[in-house]
Design a binder for this molecule. Structure first.
Ligand SMILES: *Cc1c(COP(=O)(O)O)cnc(C)c1O
Length: 357
């Protein structure tokens, strides 16, 4: 007999990471293609010399740097082993009963249904609108007395759509103040909206709002696993109670501090990514694809039932992209030559005849 495992886990989809294959272009995980800056690589090397010691469990130096960056107190900041870990912690601090609800749009980030179900909470999904964006009115209307957390992914992964500050503010006004609203801003640095929705500013006077940011995307530290939350000290304190001790390691803390110091250089790099993203979208639109406006470092092709087949064909052409069920495929903006390889597959007459014909 093998060990007893919770039977409900059979129903939970395992997190599917982007595929990786040597010699193949990988546009499947929204990573940045730029290597670490020399100053960041140096901080990593120096921290590596001390890994016989436990890291600072309270990550005080990193949290202080983040607090200064955002103009908040250290008590407003929690660090996590990637912002995905904080997502999981957020469900743990808000949900206990099986009737407790975690509300989010769908399709959105793959991790949300998983963290809800692992915590034994009920995942409640509200469809995106016809433009592949959050339907905030429907989301607000779906709040019930059992709702404990609402997660808004802005810009949304995997569709790339973003909502401006006015829309988010109206939503925050509509949600009861005893419901935690999580603004997941993993792709914040790629937004170029006039009505720029900075969750930290929007949440300043709202203790039920918590913002998630990560060093994995624009800051280029996906391999080190560090993200953070900005919110009310009561929520931050609760997060620290469920935090896995020392899960933000010393190397990650040092790299994140160095990255914040080098933020001007790192954020400048996002202009090149944004230009590539827009170039890809323009080329795909010209070829006849439907492509929602993207505010992130990827584009979304709503190919419906053909998505898996399209993903396989792209892999065969040497480019790994990410298909999502029967909804669509997500393609990360990589280096220009990588994107060109994808575009030459995507706009080839055979591909167009097969998938858009
Ligand atoms: C990539 C991503 C994150 C960040 O993940 P890390 O755990 O910080 O690497 C969070 N939310 C969304 C929607 C993402 O796409």
């Amino acid at each position: 007999m093998s060990a007893h495992i919770r039977p409900d886990l059979d129903a939970i989809p395992a997190y599917v990471a982007g595929r990786n294959q040597p010699g193949v272009v990988k546009l499947a995980s929204n990573e940045t293609t730029f290597p670490p800056l020399p100053s960041v690589a140096k901080a990593i090397a120096e921290a590596a010399e001390l890994v016989n010691r436990y890291p600072d469990n309270s990550a005080i130096e990193l949290r202080t740097a983040i607090a200064e960056f955002h103009g908040v107190e250290v008590a407003n900041v929690a660090a996590g082993c990637g912002s995905v870990a904080i997502c999981q912690e957020l469900v743990q601090i808000t949900c206990l009963a099986p009737t407790d609800e975690v509300l989010f749009a769908w399709r959105s980030f793959e991790a949300y249904p998983i963290v809800a179900q692992v915590a034994g909470a009920k995942a409640v999904q509200v469809s995106l609108d016809g433009e592949y964006a959050h339907d905030l009115d429907a989301l607000a209307a779906a709040v019930t007395p059992n709702t404990r957390v609402v997660i808004v992914c802005n810009p949304n992964n995997p569709t790339g759509t973003a909502l401006g500050a006015a829309a988010i503010t109206r939503f925050l006004d509509a949600v009861p103040t005893d419901v935690l609203v999580v603004l997941d801003e993993a792709y914040y640095e790629y937004m170029r909206l006039d009505d720029h929705p900075n969750g930290v500013e929007l949440g300043r006077d709202r203790p039920n709002v918590l913002v998630l940011r990560t060093f994995s995307k624009a800051y280029g530290l996906a391999g080190l696993r560090v993200g953070y939350a900005v919110g009310d000290p009561r929520v931050i304190t609760a997060l620290m109670k469920v935090h896995i001790p020392f899960s933000v390691n010393r190397v990650a803390q040092a790299a994140a501090i160095a990255s914040l110091e080098a933020r001007h250089e790192l954020l400048e790099r996002t202009d090149a990514v944004v230009a590539e993203r827009d170039r890809m979208r323009d080329a795909l639109l010209a070829a006849g694809y439907l492509v929602p406006v993207s505010s992130s470092n990827f584009v979304w092709l709503p190919l419906g039932a053909r998505s898996a087949e399209y993903g396989a064909a792209s892999a065969e052409a040497g480019v790994l992209i990410r298909p999502y069920g029967a909804d669509g495929v997500r393609v990360t903006a990589g280096d220009p030559h990588e994107n060109d390889l994808f575009l030459s597959f995507a706009t080839a007459p055979e591909t167009l005849a097969r998938f858009l014909g």
